[in-house]
Design a binder for this molecule. Structure first.
Ligand SMILES: NC(=O)c1ccc[n+]([C@@H]2O[C@H](COP(=O)([O-])OP(=O)(O)OC[C@H]3O[C@@H](n4cnc5c(N)ncnc54)[C@H](OP(=O)(O)O)[C@@H]3O)[C@@H](O)[C@H]2O)c1
Length: 328
């Protein structure tokens, strides 16, 4: 297959608001040892892309400076030592960056098959949310069947994934979201109780249920002390973002008295090996559910690659429900 030397992409011209994203031309990257080159059909849009665009989430040193952490497409070239994938395979892939482009490289170990019956657009929405939710809720947070699980931001890409996975693995799921419409979507996905945080206090709702065993939090700020109140003794809290800010005053005596575990992680800076281990668990435990149609990909909207700035502006209204994708 003859590959072009140049491709269409969208770059961050300077740190700033959505309009700093501009179409450009870039050289087609070459796969290094252990990597594949993918011609993308769709690229997923995620909040971390907006943080990177704003200059608050720098790419790791070896990653592309182009935004884009996930996508789906066809493998068009293999780096040295790749034997488990072939040119022509269609994959859904976690990317180290560079997804807002026609071609992207990523470790072969971070590629998963397109689940049965799924479109490329749906498959592009999977990796960032599934790797993040699986590693934080199950690997780090140790969620077990029968536990009460609270996820904030239930209508986000992360939230819609966390609700479905926790429900599928037998947990009782509680969630917060900012409108009744969003709460309705969360209930349809398997949340036992979706709390419109503008009308109701999640602390008292959960207190009536006996408290939360595990909380996945992306809000931080004023939620941190309220989460601590909501957790049962030996409860766990996993942070993946701080939409309301990371700095608060906390009485650590509560953490000691309740024997709480407070942790968190970001996906992107973790090693290729750590991400490959997540991919292995997802392939074994979660892909059968996707293949069987037991998990839905909640999609909000599709923009063209060149309209990435419009996609970011829409995401930052927080009016969307589920995932936004770019058609490459
Ligand atoms: N740690 C990691 O590795 C990792 C990986 C991926 C994503 N993340 C983070 O996880 C979060 C969700 O990502 P996503 O791509 O799924 O996001 P998203 O679809 O854009 O959704 C974020 C949602 O959070 C809700 N929200 C609650 N409080 C908010 C506040 N103070 N400001 C803005 N929104 C608020 C909003 O809905 P309401 O109407 O309900 O308020 C909003 O729709 C992001 O913060 C992202 O940076 C972390």
């Amino acid at each position: 297959m003859t590959l072009p030397t140049e491709m269409r992409a969208v770059e961050i011209t300077e740190p700033g608001a959505a309009e700093v994203l501009k179409p450009c031309k870039r050289p087609v990257p070459s796969p290094r040892a252990g990597e594949v080159l993918i011609r993308l059909a769709y690229a997923g849009v995620n909040r971390p892309d907006a943080l990177q665009r704003a200059g608050k989430y720098a790419p790791p040193p070896t990653a592309s400076d182009l935004p884009g952490l996930e996508g789906a497409g066809e493998i068009v070239a293999l780096g040295d030592g790749v034997s488990n994938l072939a040119v022509g395979d269609q994959v859904s892939a976690l990317l180290p960056g560079g997804g807002y482009a026609e071609y992207v490289t990523t470790p072969a170990a971070h590629c998963l098959p397109i689940p049965n019956g799924m479109s490329m657009a749906q498959a592009a929405c999977i990796p960032e949310n599934y790797f993040t939710v699986w590693s934080n809720v199950f690997m780090r947070g140790g969620l077990k069947a029968g536990e009460r699980f609270l996820v904030h931001g239930g209508s986000s890409g992360i939230g819609t994934t966390a609700i479905q996975l926790a429900h599928a693995f037998g947990a009782r799921v509680f969630t917060t979201a900012g409108s009744d419409t969003k709460c309705g979507v969360c209930s349809d996905l398997g949340a036992e109780r979706a709390i419109n945080y503008k009308d109701e206090d999640f602390v008292s709702v959960l207190k009536d249920e006996g408290g939360a065993d595990l909380i996945l939090d992306m809000v931080g700020g004023s939620y941190i002390n309220r989460n601590i109140k909501t957790l049962v003794p030996d409860g766990r809290m996993v942070h993946i973002a701080f939409l309301e800010g990371p700095v608060v005053e906390v009485n650590f005596a509560m953490i000691m008295a309740k024997r709480l575990t407070i942790t968190g992680s970001t996906l992107r800076p973790q090693s290729d090996l750590a991400k490959a281990r997540m991919a292995d668990e997802l392939r074994e435990l979660v892909w059968p559910l996707l293949d069987a149609g037991k998990l839905q990909i909640v999609m909000d909207s599709t923009f063209s690659l060149e309209d990435a700035a419009k996609a970011h502006a829409w995401m930052e209204t927080s009016n969307h429900i589920g995932k936004i994708v770019l058609k490459v």
